[in-house]
Ligand binder design. Structure first.
Ligand code: HEM
Ligand SMILES: *[C@@H]1O[C@H](CO)[C@@H](O)[C@H](O)[C@H]1NC(C)=O
Ligand SMILES: *[C@@H]1O[C@H](CO)[C@@H](O)[C@H](O)[C@H]1NC(C)=O
Ligand SMILES: *[C@@H]1O[C@H](CO)[C@@H](O)[C@H](O)[C@H]1NC(C)=O
Ligand SMILES: *[C@@H]1O[C@H](CO)[C@@H](O)[C@H](O)[C@H]1NC(C)=O
Ligand SMILES: *[C@@H]1O[C@H](CO)[C@@H](O)[C@H](O)[C@H]1NC(C)=O
Ligand SMILES: *[C@@H]1O[C@H](CO)[C@@H](O)[C@H](O)[C@H]1NC(C)=O
Ligand SMILES: *[C@@H]1O[C@H](CO)[C@@H](O)[C@H](O)[C@H]1NC(C)=O
Ligand SMILES: *[C@@H]1O[C@H](CO)[C@@H](O)[C@H](O)[C@H]1NC(C)=O
Ligand SMILES: *[C@@H]1O[C@H](CO)[C@@H](O)[C@H](O)[C@H]1NC(C)=O
Ligand SMILES: *[C@@H]1O[C@H](CO)[C@@H](O)[C@H](O)[C@H]1NC(C)=O
Ligand SMILES: *[C@@H]1O[C@H](CO)[C@@H](O)[C@H](O)[C@H]1NC(C)=O
Length: 524
């Protein structure tokens, strides 16, 4: 059957991306790969699942804690100097009086462990804010990635309730929001959660059974806080608390004669305005940082590729993730050899050994993704001629011509076969702690193999330290339990609790590096 050339398909795809202003994914791109998984796949980020159903914690909601954390992190921005903003500096600041509350460290603890060499804590905090809002039934906010984690605390510029209106206006101006936007952003934020008596005894002066005086009478993300303010039934202590000095929400909400609050009485307006302002809040970054275009779910994504020597050939595992379209698709993987001749002109090919359907994250579902279909391939590659690149042909089985998925015309390129992560030998060696095994195509037994790994710095109750991930470097040793085979010599190292690993070696003066995101591989 003739293949429809990519021209039309690509033109269409890039046009759509242009119109939507969405990011374009060219494999391999560990940064976008990680962020897209965390946004759209279920179980790939703790900054998503925990906040589902507006789940309760510590007498408030996890979502409320995440949203407050994001604001306090962003509040270090100074639009005049272009410094601060959503940069995870909160990890160095959460012990300050203006950041009081156990929700701060609890949230950082939720987020710690999904970072890697490419995606930092600041992007996780931003993603957490987005998931907090939808987890409580609020609007969908676009996600842009690329925030850079600070290495020290920012200025102590979080607004506090006892400050006067002029200082609040000035604070928000510095952070990039005018007076109207300040009113709305505070109303959006104070849709969730409340004020804890233990932390603010001079504000919550009357005992509340839970210890938290909520801003609104309901739990979800909506404009009840606005309605109750306008119809004077509010119990928001920053509006009606007995201490007049700390009625900051009242001063802010009424600062334009209630015009903005009245405009937020419409649920649609509230959602639109909050999506825009919380979106701007999480995109408040130092002027040296450039964020990506919004990350929409990728139509086609190669995932979990592994190339490793096995019984006289190279095993090549790959999965193509496709957004469910309703078509009963047949997907074929093609590849070409690296040297010499092995495959026919049209390429070697194989059908998937497994096709699975996967439910996307709530964010994915709200973006209209009904399911991801995972087509998994297990190819046996000739050891000598090896593999240089692969691509896919998709037949919708509806009479239309099959089309090619080839990484936007560039093919999925395997840049080397000299340094390989060996999932099978790694898993077989797993005992109480992971022992990572890599194969090096070099008969020397003294090759220098190292890994730069990121690990989650454990949060200790006694001393939480700085809840950010840290790097470690590990030197591999010749692996005595895996003798040389198929032209590869094996090296191993115990690497515990890693978030990702970049393995490096040099053979014959050429440097090779390999990104290993997960130490386990399903079905290996
Ligand atoms: C003048 C500006 C603001 C002041 C003075 C202020 C003050 C406060 C105070 C005193 C609390 C209680 C914290 C606790 O007891 O844990 C609180 C909670 C909260 N604030 Fe604000 N806030 C301001 C702006 C914002 C903004 C702009 C947002 C986000 C868009 C926000 C989001 C939240 C959330 C979600 C909570 C609830 C936290 C929880 O229940 O754990 N606030 N705020
Ligand atoms: C922001 O930076 C400007 C210029 O350095 C400085 O004058 C101002 O005080 C800063 N604002 C805050 C709130 O720190
Ligand atoms: C704040 O900015 C918005 C959008 O640019 C504008 O509509 C509004 O009038 C501004 N408010 C003030 C007080 O300048
Ligand atoms: C005030 O607004 C809330 C939230 O919309 C509503 O539940 C309540 O019935 C209103 N009360 C009065 C007295 O209008
Ligand atoms: C009201 O709050 C302010 C600021 O926290 C505090 O200084 C003052 O003592 C409080 N007043 C009363 C009566 O508790
Ligand atoms: C704004 O609304 C509040 C709450 O209903 C009310 O107490 C206040 O008088 C209003 N202010 C103005 C200027 O309308
Ligand atoms: C999809 O197509 C395959 C073969 O092309 C067929 O075996 C299978 O039953 C079809 N599945 C559905 C749900 O139509
Ligand atoms: C992609 O692979 C095909 C098949 O091997 C080849 O014809 C084509 O030139 C490759 N494209 C690029 C950009 O390398
Ligand atoms: C191995 O490589 C690492 C990282 O490049 C380097 O620090 C180390 O000195 C090397 N060791 C040897 C024995 O060459
Ligand atoms: C970890 O290593 C990466 C890659 O070398 C580097 O970009 C990053 O700054 C390091 N992070 C820390 C916390 O040292
Ligand atoms: C390294 O050099 C040796 C000797 O020239 C050669 O046999 C071997 O294939 C080379 N290995 C790689 C990975 O380049
Ligand atoms: C892939 O095929 C090999 C050999 O045919 C087999 O041993 C291995 O279990 C298969 N792996 C998966 C993930 O199916």
């Amino acid at each position: 059957m003739p293949l429809k050339t990519l021209g039309v398909f690509l033109l269409l795809a890039s046009r759509l991306n242009f119109i939507m202003g969405a990011v374009v994914f060219n494999w391999p791109d560990p940064f976008l790969d990680t962020l897209e998984d965390q946004l759209y796949r279920l179980g790939f980020s703790s900054a998503s699942g925990f906040a589902l159903n507006c789940a309760a914690r510590q007498d408030t909601t996890i979502a409320a804690q995440w949203l407050r954390l994001a604001y306090h992190d962003a509040a270090t921005h100074n639009s005049t100097t272009g410094t601060g903003g959503l940069d995870a500096s909160i990890a160095f600041e959460f012990t300050r009086a203006q950041d009081v509350g156990e929700g701060m460290l609890a949230s950082l603890g939720d987020f710690l462990g999904v970072q890697n060499q490419y995606v930092g804590m600041a992007d996780t905090i931003a993603m957490g804010a987005i998931n907090a809002v939808i987890g409580c039934g609020g609007p969908v906010i676009p996600f842009r990635g690329g925030r850079i984690d600070a290495t020290e605390a920012g200025p102590a510029t979080v607004p506090e309730p006892q400050q006067d209106l002029d200082s609040h206006i000035a604070s928000f101006q510095t952070q990039g929001f005018n007076e109207t936007e300040m009113i709305a952003l505070v109303a959006c934020g104070h849709s969730l959660g409340g004020v804890r008596q233990v932390d603010f005894p001079l504000i919550v002066t009357e005992d509340v059974p839970t210890g938290v005086q909520n801003f609104a009478s309901n739990v979800g993300f909506d404009n009840t806080v606005v309605h109750e303010y306008l119809n004077s039934t509010t119990e928001n202590v920053l509006v009606v608390g007995s201490n007049i000095t700390t009625r900051s929400d009242l001063r802010i909400f009424s600062s334009d004669g209630n015009v903005t609050m009245q405009s937020l009485a419409s649920p649609d307006t509230f959602n639109e305005v909050c999506a825009d302002l919380i979106g701007r809040m999480i995109n408040t970054v130092p002027s040296t940082v450039t964020l990506t275009d919004p990350i929409e779910p990728f139509d086609f994504k190669v995932w979990n590729t592994h190339l490793f020597p096995q019984g006289g050939s190279l095993a090549f595992l790959a999965t193509l993730r496709i957004i469910e379209t309703g078509a009963n698709r047949t997907v074929t993987m093609f590849w070409k050899e690296r040297t010499g001749t092995f495959c026919p002109t049209e390429g070697c090919s194989i059908a998937p050994f497994q096709v699975e359907s996967e439910v996307p994250s709530l964010y994915g579902q709200l973006k209209g993704v009904t399911a991801f279909i995972l087509h998994s391939f297990n190819a046996s590659i000739d050891l000598v001629t090896s593999i240089s690149h692969f691509w896919f042909e998709i037949n919708d089985n509806d009479g239309s011509a099959p089309f090619i998925v080839d990484n936007n015309g560039a093919n999925y390129t395997i840049d080397q076969d000299v340094l390989l992560y060996d999932p099978r030998r790694t898993i077989a060696t797993f005992a109480s702690q992971p022992v990572v095994v890599v194969g090096v195509k070099d008969s020397s037994t003294s090759t220098n193999v190292t890994a730069l790994s990121m690990i989650a710095n454990p949060i200790l109750d006694s001393d939480p330290g700085v809840p950010l991930p840290i790097n470690i470097t590990t030197v591999f040793e010749l692996d005595s339990s895996n003798p040389p085979a198929d032209g590869y010599t094996f090296y191993s190292a115990p690497i515990v609790n890693t978030l990702d690993n970049t393995i490096r070696t040099t053979v014959n003066g050429t440097a090779y590096s390999l990104w290993v995101r997960f130490l386990t591989a399903a079905g290996v």
